[in-house]
Design a binder for this molecule. Structure first.
Ligand SMILES: CC(C)(COP(=O)(O)OP(=O)(O)OC[C@H]1O[C@@H](n2cnc3c(N)ncnc32)[C@H](O)[C@@H]1OP(=O)(O)O)[C@@H](O)C(=O)NCCC(=O)NCCS
Length: 273
């Protein structure tokens, strides 16, 4: 029996997989700068990831599509950029890309979008209704690979600018800016300002591995964030495990991440020379 493709919105648990799927799909594409996974992360951090859908097959995320707002020099509002879109190489040409495109475009119309544009393979996107639109341009992009589709019959004329996130060339956390990082940095600031050596592991799209190892024998992990919401209104779990062997393994894993983490001195403080 053919497995059913499920298209759904991304959740926090999909973030790393989305990065991996995207990097794998673009890995051998000669026209790619191999920054597509960073673009998605930058759009997410700046809250510009209007639609982010994953394709799930047998419980595994095998594809992803992103939509973000664009601006057009003639002032035409509510147009969006499609992309990146990616399907794991071993799952390509089985209709997963088509399912992501169709679902994504239908959700975009549901948000009262007026149109959508993209940069991509001419043969692929025409089948979804995209066309070269004379007078609608994107600087630095050959017109034959720039496509648009109006949803409301009005065709804008001008220069399209994709979101800044498309300039990303590395993980956004590295810049220590943006909304998600500022939340992160609040806690890190408190620690750093209290004189506790603090590092930020900016190598990963998101660090979900919240763990405390105390006195080499107690491991505290789980979802609990030690916030007021966690205490008073959320459903949380907080395993407290007393096991020296397990504590040692967690500490080892922490040290692996420490190797690629960067010293954080806290906002308003200069690093010691
Ligand atoms: C482009 C991509 C997302 C399409 O996903 P997919 O699951 O392979 O697509 P589908 O199976 O739905 O393909 C639908 C049709 O498009 C064709 N097609 C797929 N990729 C194509 C491509 N790069 N160029 C032209 N046609 C393509 C398929 O042959 C299929 O044709 P058919 O229906 O006649 O058999 C996927 O191939 C991918 O991840 N490619 C690498 C990353 C990439 O190029 N992203 C887009 C950047 S512009």
């Amino acid at each position: 029996m053919k497995a059913k493709i499920i298209i759904r919105s991304e959740t926090g648990d999909d973030i790393t997989t989305i990065s991996e799927v995207t990097a794998a799909a673009f890995k051998t594409l000669p026209i790619s700068n191999h920054t597509e996974q960073f673009i998605i992360a930058a759009l997410r951090v700046t809250k510009a990831l209007t639609i982010s859908l994953v394709a799930e097959l047998d419980g595994r995320v095998v594809g992803h599509i992103a939509f973000s707002p664009v601006t057009i020099s003639d002032g035409c509002p509510n147009w969006y950029g499609l992309g990146p879109v990616a399907v794991l190489p071993e799952y390509q040409r089985q209709g997963i890309g088509t399912a992501l495109m169709q679902d994504g475009l239908s959700r975009l119309k549901g948000l009262n979008a007026q149109g959508c544009c993209l940069v991509g393979h001419p043969e692929y996107y025409r089948r979804f209704g995209f066309r070269n639109i004379p007078g609608l341009l994107c600087e630095g992009v050959p017109q034959e690979v720039f496509f648009g589709m109006s949803f409301d019959g009005h065709t804008p004329q001008g220069v399209v600018e994709f979101h800044e996130g498309f300039k990303a060339s590395g993980p956004p956390e590295r810049e220590y800016s943006g909304s998600r990082l500022s939340i992160l940095a609040c806690g890190a600031d408190s620690l750093a300002h209290a004189g506790i050596p603090t590092k930020i592991d900016a190598k990963h799209a998101i660090a979900q591995n919240k763990v405390m190892v105390i006195d080499g024998e107690v491991v505290i992990t789980g979802s609990f964030n030690f916030t007021k919401a966690a205490k008073e209104s959320n459903a949380e779990n907080l395993p407290v495990i007393r096991d020296k062997g397990l504590a040692a393994r967690y500490a080892e894993n922490w040290k692996e991440h420490e190797k690629h983490a960067e010293v954080y001195v806290g906002k308003g403080q200069e690093p010691e020379r």
